[in-house]
Write a protein that binds this ligand. Structure first.
Ligand code: NDP
Length: 341
């Protein structure tokens, strides 16, 4: 079996985070009561990922797959493939758990579903706080952060961080916290370079984790007017050919050389390996500069239905009014997947 040796970046808690992880967001199909046929495929792919050397797994309460993710991790520990201390597990706190004391409730529930004694990293998934019924609770994320500091102190998690915070929110958080976030997870890809945020984080010892690292490059994420590069982009193909790599490998390598962790998601076995085979070549300065030119600020993940809520972190599109939030992003016990609360 092919194996990969994935390097690590140092976090501000002196622990190491592998530079490449496995993402577990499969989407939620309301038509099938959130039961996606990709769950068994994801379990196989994750099992294979651990076998070949992945040691960083990204999940969330929202994704409804914590039990399955935990099952694979525990199976691999039992089989002797990994030890708990050698795998980096991240989960996230959803919108209805933003009160200081609810953070612990959320973290303990994630641990129970994952069947783990601790998490390596817990993130506030988004800065907004919204009830199951879609009511804006307007809770200050500094309050939520105090809850995070508390679960850290109690040893339920080894590190705390945030996701989808913008630069102003990061500056305010860093200025007003006891514990500086270990990590910021944001959308980051060739179209969305996030230079200002990355610079701020790196200057403050905060590790940046890139979600949706392929942006709209891959067919599942493409929309009619989404920008280049796609998988057949001539510039990308040229750089890929020069290094005898694929376009997706060039993309992930670019992020790694910027000091950024990537967490690509794939349920395809061959891609699990492909995405991790990026540590045996180097992009030169010309390549890096050429790739940087694709940055045009385009967002793949733009949840406009949240834009009227307090602390929404992105630019707003005027004139939309309050749009309906998808049920799957609000309600858990709606008759489906009752094992996931
Ligand atoms: P990705 O950029 O990882 O894209 C996933 C898509 O790319 C899938 O359709 C997958 O197909 C395809 N793909 C993966 N590898 C390859 C390859 N080598 N060649 C061609 N296609 C490929 O986007 P995600 O949005 O899934 O982000 C990754 C992870 O980030 C998520 O799983 C989740 O853990 C996290 N995330 C966090 C968010 C947050 O708010 N904090 C928001 C969004 C994501 P297939 O599976 O069929 O192989």
């Amino acid at each position: 079996m092919a194996k990969v040796d994935i390097p690590t970046f140092k976090l501000n808690n002196e622990k190491e985070i592998p530079a490449l992880g496995y993402g577990t967001w499969l989407g939620l199909d309301e038509k099938t009561n959130f039961i996606t046929e990709d769950i068994p495929k994801m379990m196989d792919a994750l099992s294979n990922a651990i076998d070949i050397g992945y040691r960083n797994i990204d999940t969330a309460h929202l994704y409804r797959v914590e039990p399955e993710v935990g099952e694979i991790i525990n199976r691999k520990i039992k089989e002797g493939v990994i030890k708990r201390e050698n795998v980096y597990v991240t989960s996230k706190i959803w919108h209805q758990y933003h009160r200081e004391t609810d953070v612990e409730v959320s973290v303990r529930a994630s641990l129970r579903r994952l069947n783990l004694a601790y998490l390596d990293l817990i993130l506030i998934h988004w800065p907004m706080s919204i009830t199951e019924d879609g009511v804006d609770e307007k809770i200050d994320y500094l309050e939520t952060w105090r809850g995070c500091e508390s679960v850290l102190e109690k040893g339920l998690v080894k590190a705390i961080g945030v996701s989808n915070f913008n630069i102003e929110q990061m500056k305010r958080l860093v200025t007003n916290c006891k514990v500086v976030p270990a990590s910021l997870q944001i959308e980051l890809n060739l179209n969305l370079g996030q230079n200002e945020l990355v610079e701020f984080c790196h200057a403050n010892g905060i590790i940046v984790v890139a979600y949706s690292p392929f942006g709209t490059m891959v067919p599942s994420r493409q929309t009619p007017n989404s920008p280049e590069p796609k998988l057949n982009n001539p510039t990308m193909l040229e750089i890929a050919k020069k290094h005898d790599k694929t376009v997706t490998q060039i993309t992930l390598r670019y992020l790694f050389q910027r000091g950024i962790v990537s967490i690509p998601k794939t349920v395809t076995k061959s891609r699990v390996l492909e995405n991790a085979q990026i540590f045996d070549f180097t992009l030169d300065e010309n390549d890096m500069n050429t790739l940087a030119e694709f940055d045009n600020g385009y967002r793949t993940v733009r949840p406009l239905f949240w834009q009227e809520f307090a602390n929404y972190p992105f630019d707003k599109l005027p004139g939309l009014g309050q749009m309906e939030i998808p049920l799957s992003l609000r309600k858990w016990k709606n008759g489906a997947k009752l094992d996931i609360d």
